[in-house]
Design a protein around this ligand. Structure first.
Ligand code: ADP
Ligand code: MG
Length: 131
């Protein structure tokens, strides 16, 4: 089943001499369970792409469908909740909780969301430190 579909994603930063085309009509899709890596030299648009498909930023043109949902058609609040419930992030060097390991950092936001929603057993126990 296709879990991620990216269609003609384009994003430009700046104007005039400072204009940078960070994404130029990027299209691809991924199946559920598929593992992917975005590879490219510094400045090639990896972070811009991940920010757009992660619902943290909006592209200028194109669409992103996650589990069939059009990310850019959602309002900011709706996208924030969708992001928290469906997407895990590990940022390069910030927004990390140092006491948690990588897996725990990824699942902490959706887990917190489940507890907030009263799902009870949905939350994870972060008590035991791991090496
Ligand atoms: N907020 C921004 N304002 C202006 N230019 C940006 C901004 N973010 C990224 N860029 C530019 O867009 C291009 C792609 O950047 P980025 O997505 O960070 O690449 P990567 O993650 O592959 O290093 C680079 O030329 C970068 O300088
Ligand atoms: Mg980057």
């Amino acid at each position: 089943m296709e879990i991620l579909k990216v269609e003609n994603l384009s994003k430009v930063y700046g104007t005039g001499e400072a204009r940078v085309e960070a994404l130029k009509q990027v299209s691809f899709s991924m199946e559920r369970g598929e593992f992917g890596a975005v590879v490219g030299v510094s400045g090639s648009g990896k972070s811009t792409l991940l920010n757009c498909i992660g619902g943290l930023d909006e592209a200028d043109k194109g669409k992103v469908f996650l589990s069939g949902r059009d990310l850019f058609a959602m309002g900011e609040n709706e996208r924030t909740i969708f992001r928290r419930q469906n997407i895990g992030f590990i940022f390069q060097s910030f927004h990390l909780i140092p006491e948690l390991d990588v897996e725990q950092n990824i699942i902490f936001p959706p887990s917190a969301g489940l507890q907030e929603a009263g799902a009870g057993t949905g939350g994870r126990d972060f008590g035991g430190a791991r090496s």
